[in-house]
Design a protein around this ligand. Structure first.
Ligand code: UCC
Length: 730
């Protein structure tokens, strides 16, 4: 009979032959036995030994009988105490973390691991009943082993994002102050709902994209070339969510007229840092829609436009933007070697190698190529480039004359498939006038540069949100981080940068909305042309600086991959590179000056002065307004001086010049915002802190001699100090 199957009370009525010492010990373990009952049963067992002994005829049997009892007694005690120790140690306890994990699956598991919670084994697959493993970090642990006592049981509570719309007071106040009342009510509700979706769904999908980067399958099992880019389910889900939420559609439906862009940008800003970099295909999709719209949506592209701007996940298409070839992605006019051969039906077949193509799993793409004339001639330079549209795959799903050479191994944005492509007869349509390729694709560049700004501001906001939450949870030197003024000063400086960048982003959104609804003035057009490269280059740099500082707010945890924090910095680094590096964008600022014969700068000075006047009425802002006015004055003087040197002479100062524009205009926007009737004390403080920077670095550097005659050659001497280059040997 199994001892566990009978009432314990009946133990005493058991025949002695069926009792054993181990059964007795086990009985005592599963229910308390009184000392007298235990003694009685023990005597019976031992008595059985005597009875056995009495039955033995040989004295040796008696010896073995005793040995046998002694052995069992020791073995049972050993097993009993060993099991007890294990039981108290391993007793499963579901922490909040594990309950959360059970509902989230593997992606959440990674998060738990990062913050010191032992993970759950998801042995039965996604979203199924999980089996909790030993809980390593529990402060209610009843008994601790010595080793565990030594390492302690403390676990740091991890930072969380919450609903990013509700947690962003600055965004809410800004929209309330700018949007017409009824538009704000609608937009605010949509953003609140979307914010909840970001928190509860999108952020986890984004993390899953990070953990399951795309893979390239070049051949099938039978050796056929298939060139399939395998992406994770979360990446595909991002595409569906983007359609459902109208992340592109919103901008083209224009249900809030010129405010639609502001609405779309606010939504993308909440989406970007959680999107697993699906923000990239969205940027290019928006850019492609913009190009097609600016071409007047010609008939062959009507259906494409409908797909790009659809809210139906089954119909929604994304677009690529292939501009970079082996000779590089900056000097596009000289670097593009791809040739377009005209086919009898008027379409083209493309031949060339695209070195760097982002979101290569997109449905369509726009790209540049040189048309070959009937006599086999190809025109070099910018004038030889035209813009082409092509589908990635045919109706059967086969690649359209494209071979995927490899996926790129990148520092960040690993969630995003980026590939090197051989175009070997890709069928395409020419969609620009002959030789107007660059002039046509710049519409796409403008939009994707604006998306770059959105990503930069979004990442700054994300790292600050996490860091400020962490500052309430993390204690050091006897108090939470938020109680350390130096830590708060650091976060406040990051916040000032993020707010200035945010206003630059939204200003561009407002101008773009006005342009797209034909409500803009000539001044607005100039400002949009100038501010787009300025904001792109400046916020990209800010994003790297702020996310780097942000990681420091978590100490060593900020450097760990499994916290998800390190990836923020890796991803932010791309923002200074793609869509034009800082120097290329600085040169684009110069191009806008030259092309407009200085009109963009006139617009800049007059707009800045006019907007500053509002802030003069607030006494706390007077000093800051003066600082910005001085900076404007210095910038004007510098411009007059440098313009005498021509475009080439201005290049050395182009970066500092662009920085001056960004700092000054950021200051103007913050001051104007802080001067509105219901501005808060923190709005005023933000504007003051922003204006505390060097507002006109181009003037400071000029005074330091950075652009003087000989400065350029001294820079080279410094860089190549004692290097063969200087002796003309390289
Ligand atoms: O593709 C890339 C990555 C994709 C991923 C994007 C996702 C981002 C999302 C982020 C989300 C978080 S990377 C590709 C990187 N490459 C670039 O960005 C190109 C950088 N290079 C330039 O910007 C160059 O300056 C070029 C290509 C624009 C210069 O070419 P050209 O031919 O030398 O330029 P031109 O001759 O000065 O200008 C040709 C025409 C002129 O107009 P017309 O002919 O009417 O006089 C210019 O005024 O183009 C006009 N133009 C512009 N118009 C040139 N730039 C602009 C501009 N920025 N805006 C308006």
């Amino acid at each position: 009979m199994q001892i566990s199957a009978m009432p314990l009370g009946q133990l005493t009525s058991w025949p002695a032959e069926e009792l054993s010492l181990s059964k007795l010990v086990y009985a005592r373990r599963i229910a308390p036995l009184s000392a007298s009952t235990f003694t009685e049963l023990f005597n019976r067992v031992v008595g059985r030994g005597r009875w056995l002994k009495a039955k033995q005829t040989r004295p040796l049997g008696s010896f073995f009988g005793r040995f046998w009892f002694a052995f069992w007694l020791l073995a049972c005690l050993f097993i009993y105490f060993g099991k007890l120790a294990m039981w108290t140690h391993c007793k499963p306890k579901l922490s909040n973390c594990e309950v959360w994990l059970q509902s989230l699956g593997q992606a959440g598991n990674q998060k738990c691991k990062a913050w010191g919670k032992r993970p759950i084994a998801f042995s039965k697959g996604w979203n199924q009943q999980a089996e909790p493993m030993d809980q390593q970090c529990s402060s209610q642990h009843p008994r601790e082993l010595f080793a565990r006592k030594e390492i302690g049981v403390f676990c740091q509570e991890q930072p969380r994002i919450g609903n990013p719309y509700l947690e962003d007071a600055f965004l809410q106040d800004y929209l309330k102050s700018q949007l017409p009342t009824e538009v704000f009510a609608d937009v605010s509700l949509d953003l609140e709902q979307f914010g909840a979706r970001v928190k509860d769904e999108i952020d986890l999908l984004g993390r899953e994209c990070e953990l399951n980067p795309p893979q390239l399958k070049q051949f099938d099992a039978w050796g056929r070339r298939v060139d399939e880019i395998i992406t994770c389910p979360a990446w595909k889900r991002m595409k569906a969510i983007s359609a459902e939420e109208g992340l592109i559609a919103e901008a083209y439906e224009r249900r809030y007229s010129n405010w639609s862009r502001v609405h779309q940008i606010a939504k993308l800003y909440l989406f970007a840092p959680s999107s697993g970099f699906f923000s990239c295909p969205l940027a290019m999709t928006d850019g492609a829609a913009k190009v097609i719209e600016s071409l007047g949506i010609p008939k062959p592209l009507k259906e494409v436009f409908i797909h790009l701007t659809s809210r139906d996940p089954a119909k929604f298409w994304t677009s690529g933007q292939w501009m970079t070839e082996r000779r590089g992605g900056s000097d596009v006019a000289r670097g593009t070697e791809t040739v377009a051969l005209e086919l009898p039906d008027g379409s083209y077949s493309l031949h060339g190698l695209k070195w760097f193509t982002s979101a290569t799993d997109s449905d369509i793409t726009l790209t540049l190529a040189r048309s070959m004339t009937a006599d086999g001639q190809i025109q070099q330079g910018s004038k030889g480039l035209s813009l082409f549209y092509l589908k990635m795959r045919d109706e059967e799903g086969k690649l359209n004359g494209i071979e995927i050479q490899r996926l790129k191994d990148k520092l960040g944005t690993r969630q995003l498939p980026t590939a090197e492509l051989l175009l070997n007869g890709a069928k395409s349509l020419k969609i620009s006038a002959e030789g107007r390729g660059v002039a046509s694709i710049v519409n796409m560049l403008t939009i994707s540069r604006i998306h770059n700004v959105i990503g930069a501001v979004g990442y700054m906001r994300r790292v600050i949100t996490l860091a400020r939450d962490y500052a309430t949870k993390r204690e050091a030197f006897g108090k939470p981080l938020k109680a350390h003024p130096l830590h708060m000063q650091t976060l406040a400086r990051m916040e000032v940068q993020a707010r200035g960048a945010f206003l630059l982003m939204m200003e561009i959104g407002k101008l773009l909305g006005l342009e797209e609804t034909k409500k803009d003035t000539e001044q607005d057009q100039h400002m949009l042309r100038l501010l787009t490269p300025v904001a792109k280059l400046y916020t990209g740099k800010q994003a790297v600086a702020v996310t780097s500082e942000g990681l420091e707010c978590f100490g060593g945890q900020g450097y760990m991959e499994d916290t998800g924090l390190a990836g923020i910095l890796r991803d932010a680094q791309v923002l200074t590179i793609w869509e034009g590096t800082t120097n290329i964008l600085s040169l684009d600022v110069l191009r806008s000056l030259v092309k407009s014969q200085g009109k963009v700068l006139d617009a800049f000075f007059s707009t800045a002065q006019a907007r500053l006047k509002v802030a003069l009425s607030v006494s706390e802002l007077e000093l800051s307004v003066q600082i910005v006015q001085n900076a404007l004055h210095k910038l004007k003087q510098f411009t007059q001086k440098i313009s005498l040197k021509g475009e080439a002479g201005m290049q050395l100062s182009a970066r500092d010049f662009a920085y001056a524009l960004a700092r000054i205009y950021g200051g103007v926007l913050l001051l104007e915002y802080a001067a509105r009737p219901n501005a808060s004390a923190t709005d005023i403080y933000t504007a003051q802190r922003w204006c505390h920077q060097d507002m006109c670095p181009v003037d400071s550097e000029d005074k330091a001699g950075s652009y003087s005659t000989g400065a350029a050659s001294l820079d080279t001497s410094l860089v190549y100090d004692k290097h063969p280059v200087l002796k003309g040997r390289l």
